[in-house]
Design a protein around this ligand. Structure first.
Ligand SMILES: [Fe+2]
Length: 611
């Protein structure tokens, strides 16, 4: 059945979603082309998007501009925060010099039964959060509770869950000082899809969302054309590839919803197993634009358990990774063929998997591949705001050149923070040259410049930087700062001119958000050995001449080029092990103190620990 994004009725006329059992269609408000007359009278209202689940956050958009997008973890300092994003809302309003009453439109994502239940009983999600993050030991009842959780997430939104959501979210927003605002509930996968479609810069694309589960579904395929988004199919939450991979992560004693990248990294160490010996491949069947699973979520978990004892860990990881790759690529191929398009826009947690993304990017029928940079649920708040802005103001295009949507700090604030910590510092006349020298000499540095990046990847605003070619850099970084698993590689940032030289598979499409993998040519691997995986691939931030970066970051890449012949630097996220990316100068200084890194750059200030 072909359905269109519509302004929904259901129990409340202002919700946005796709027609479901309890929805009725209203005239489609989203069929608004970019040149629609409405755009000329675009309102100047501020639209607030919020997400109050895993990696909660908030975003503010106005007319055709994304003003701020910020995740709560950066302020609460709890990685992948689950609480209501009250700090993010307050910080954004403060920076915009707005009162809470200035917000007249709010969009919140997701109103399924399980999500609503945790809004009603926040202690439930707090307990799950602590156990999942290994902050609390699982109790005897934990496996049962987990099973119940997976079952409840499969229950779709109802009139009751939406009404409750509205009441509970309003209560929280009222505490933030908001008054006289309209509240809209936006379908979970619609948020993922609008983020991917509207920010892709494509006029026409197949939009594919795949995740664990949200509003009872785990994926969707939509057509995006001339600003219009049509959902063509869904994948049931009971047949979720995302939950399959969550189970794999969990069974390998890693943290689901957080360590899936480690499973992918470990898989590269396995001897490839022939597909006909990989039973996981038979558990999922791609059928046109949808997918069917042989087992439900619980049975899949049991089946995985049955396999796990028979294989070494890396082989088990390989089998799961291979299954994900084969099935997602098949789905994407079907979508591209059926929609007669050469472009794909992707979102949802599965597309954090850069090896899957690489296979999609290299498909001969795919000419453009855009991955929404905050592909997981942390991007839902912005997706909700964009969905609402499309309906109200007809804006359906925000081609992403840069995603520095977070907070920034003045020189005065930085200097005051340094003085408070009492660390020696200098104000450098040429910070880029100084850092180039330090990196060249083997030092590991912390780097904070300009507005914080949006999403999980450090993009040169809050980064740990080092020379990419040192033999021992990975061990040094791990022992002193990051404490990552040994098989997970660090990533590089590089100039596009370098990418053109060192990759076999770079075909000229700028890739500034670290969402894809590329294969380094044999002859360059030694020069970048600190930032490649064992299979020779890496996950680069590729910066072209016209890509905006954080202040001085492009100059730093050029400085490295003049020193080493390659415009590359190791760039990993600026955080303490287990903490979110740093946000403020104080976070940065605390990290310097605790990690004993060689130096910290705050704007033009160079800070070192007292000897
Ligand atoms: Fe999601």
């Amino acid at each position: 059945m072909m359905v269109r994004i519509s302004k929904q009725t259901g129990l409340q006329p202002e919700d946005l979603g796709y027609p479901g059992d309890s929805y009725q269609n209203l005239p489609d408000m989203n069929r608004i082309k970019a040149d629609h007359p409405l755009k000329k009278s675009m309102s100047e209202e501020y639209i607030l998007g919020i997400w109050d689940g895993h990696d909660s956050g908030a975003a503010i958009v106005r007319s055709n501009e994304i003003l701020y997008a910020l995740n709560e973890e950066r302020l609460s300092r709890r990685k992948l925060e689950i609480g209501f994003p009250k700090l993010a809302i307050a910080a954004m309003l403060d920076r915009l010099k707005l009162t809470p009453e200035s917000i007249s439109q709010v969009a919140v994502s997701t109103s399924d039964f399980a999500k609503t239940l945790t809004r009603f009983f926040p202690s439930m999600k707090e307990e799950y959060y602590k156990i999942r993050r290994r902050k609390k030991r699982p109790g005897l009842l934990t496996p049962i509770k987990k099973r119940v959780k997976y079952t409840l997430t499969e229950w779709p939104p109802t009139g009751i869950s939406r009404n409750l959501t509205r009441r509970l979210v309003r209560k929280e927003l009222d505490k933030c000082g908001l008054k006289n605002y309209e509240l809209h509930i936006v379908d979970h996968h619609l948020c993922h899809a609008t983020g991917a479609a509207y920010c892709s810069g494509f006029e026409k694309a197949a939009v594919i969302t795949l995740d664990g589960i949200g509003d009872a579904i785990s994926g969707s395929v939509s057509r995006f054309e001339d600003g219009q988004l049509e959902r063509l199919s869904t994948i049931s939450g009971k047949e979720s590839l995302g939950i399959f991979f969550e189970h794999v992560t969990n069974l390998m004693n890693m943290r689901e919803l957080e360590d899936e990248g480690k499973v992918m990294a470990l898989s590269t160490y396995a001897y490839p197993l022939p597909d006909d010996q990989n039973p996981m491949l038979d558990w999922f069947q791609v059928d046109g634009l949808t997918l069917h699973a042989r087992y439900g979520s619980q049975r899949t978990y049991q089946q995985l358990k049955e396999l796990l004892w028979q294989f070494p860990s890396e082989q088990f990881a390989y089998m799961a990774q291979r299954t994900l790759e084969v099935k997602v690529v098949e789905l994407v191929r079907n979508a591209v063929r059926q929609l007669k398009t050469e472009c794909v826009a992707l979102a949802g947690g599965i597309f954090a998997n850069i090896q899957v993304n690489r296979l999609i990017r290299l498909l001969p029928e795919v000419k453009g591949c855009f991955v929404f940079p905050h592909m997981g649920d942390g991007g839902l708040a912005l997706g909700a705001a964009l969905s609402l802005n499309a309906v109200r103001n007809g804006v359906t295009s925000y081609p992403f050149k840069q995603i520095y949507f977070g907070l920034d700090f003045t020189d005065e604030e930085m200097e005051a923070a340094i003085r408070e910590f009492g660390f020696p510092y200098t104000r450098e006349a040429d910070i880029v040259k100084t850092v180039g020298e330090l990196a060249d000499s083997g030092s590991i540095g912390l780097w904070l410049q300009g507005r914080m990046e949006f999403g999980p990847r450090a993009l040169g605003a809050r980064s740990i930087i080092a020379h990419p070619g040192r033999e021992k850099i990975k061990d040094d970084l791990n022992l002193r700062l990051k404490r990552r698993v040994w098989y997970q590689p660090f990533c590089p940032s590089m100039l596009q001119s370098t990418a053109e030289r060192i990759f076999y598979d770079f075909h000229g499409q700028s890739d500034p958000f670290m969402t894809n993998a590329y294969l380094v040519k044999e002859e360059f691997r030694d020069q970048v050995r600190g930032v490649i995986a064992i299979d020779g691939t890496c996950r680069p931030q590729i910066v072209s001449e016209d890509t905006p970066t954080s202040p001085k970051f492009k100059e730093l890449l050029k400085e490295m080029e003049s020193r080493t012949g390659l415009g590359v630097i190791l760039n990993t996220s600026f955080n303490l092990h287990g903490e979110p990316l740093v946000c403020s100068p104080s976070d940065a200084l605390r990290t310097l103190r605790e990690t004993k890194a060689d130096y910290l750059v705050l704007g033009d200030f160079l800070v070192r620990l007292p000897v």
